[in-house]
Design a protein around this ligand. Structure first.
Ligand code: HEC
Length: 259
């Protein structure tokens, strides 16, 4: 028998079934000896076995690699930069360009992605060629390669220009410890207005970072309290050196084991 004689396209739903086929009579696959098998139970059993292996694999993976959870979302934290998962990084990056953001937000968020994904949706209706070789379908192949190149480039740009260290820091889950409000050192935090920016329990807020488990030494805290640091103004602390020492020691221990 010649190769391809009487060939039937079985994998392409757009190719009409061969004429003359009658309902409920199975197709004749005798031209594919050794390539057919009973659906039940042979084929289904194999499918189930592969499925079980994948399920066990995924379960193992979720246990070995827990989801990278971040702390509870805080709507008052305006400093937090949300980042989409890797498969949407290209859209995230796209929205950073000036022609797709600001006044042109609608263009970048709806029109251009809408055209791209709408085109993908309509592709089977627009390109009705039955040709299977990519080289014989220049338009379809061209648009696909263009799409791939665009997505890969934008994803790469997004990854390369992101501050991953800051990203990890901003979402860190920190144990929260209630501070002892009766401690004389706590009164110093109040009189020197530390709590107004850093929070009643130094847990951080919209204006300033958490000071719980800061990992800073008392000397470093005293230094910052007097001279400030970046967004924190200098001269916030107005007490005596003795008070500064008590306050700094209290802050450096804040967040470690409940008192
Ligand atoms: C006006 C608001 C404000 C007040 C009041 C304030 N801070 Fe701050 N503090 C900040 C900000 C903002 C930062 C973050 C500075 C930066 O970007 O490094 C900060 C940072 C710090 C840091 C460094 C934290 C770190 O992890 O690097 C320490 C320590 C600190 N503050 C202690 C104090 C103490 C002690 C007081 C009270 C004497 C105080 N702060 C009062 C706003 C404030």
């Amino acid at each position: 028998m010649h190769r391809g004689k009487g060939m039937k396209f079985v994998g392409d739903s757009r190719v009409p079934a061969m004429a003359g086929r009658k309902a409920n009579i199975p197709k004749d696959y005798s031209e594919y000896p050794g390539k057919t098998e009973a659906f039940w139970p042979n084929f289904l059993l194999k499918e189930w076995m592969v499925g079980a292996v994948f399920l066990a694999g995924f379960l193992t993976l979720t246990i070995a690699h827990p989801s990278p959870l971040e702390r509870v979302a805080d709507p008052t934290d305006t400093g937090y930069t949300p980042l989409p998962d890797w498969y949407f990084l290209f859209l995230y990056q796209f929205l950073k360009y000036s022609f797709a953001s600001g006044d042109y937000n609608v263009l970048g968020a709806f029109v251009i992605p809408g055209l791209a994904f709408g085109g993908l949706l309509l592709a089977p209706f627009l390109d009705r060629s039955t040709e299977r070789r990519p080289s014989k379908r220049p338009l379809a192949t061209g648009f696909m390669l263009l799409g791939f190149a665009g997505v890969i480039y934008l994803t790469w740009e997004a990854t390369a220009h992101h501050d991953w260290k800051k990203q990890k820091e901003q979402g860190k889950i920190r144990a929260f410890v209630e501070l002892n409000k009766e401690d004389p050192a706590y009164k110093l935090l109040q009189t020197n207005t530390c709590v107004s920016c850093h929070g009643d329990n130094l847990e951080g807020g919209a204006a300033a970072p958490s000071l719980q488990n800061s990992g800073l030494k008392p000397e470093e805290i005293a230094e910052i309290a007097k001279n400030g640091q970046k967004a924190m103004p200098a001269g916030v602390f107005k007490g005596t050196d003795e008070e500064l020492k008590i306050l700094a020691e209290f802050v450096s221990k804040a967040g470690q084991a409940a008192e």
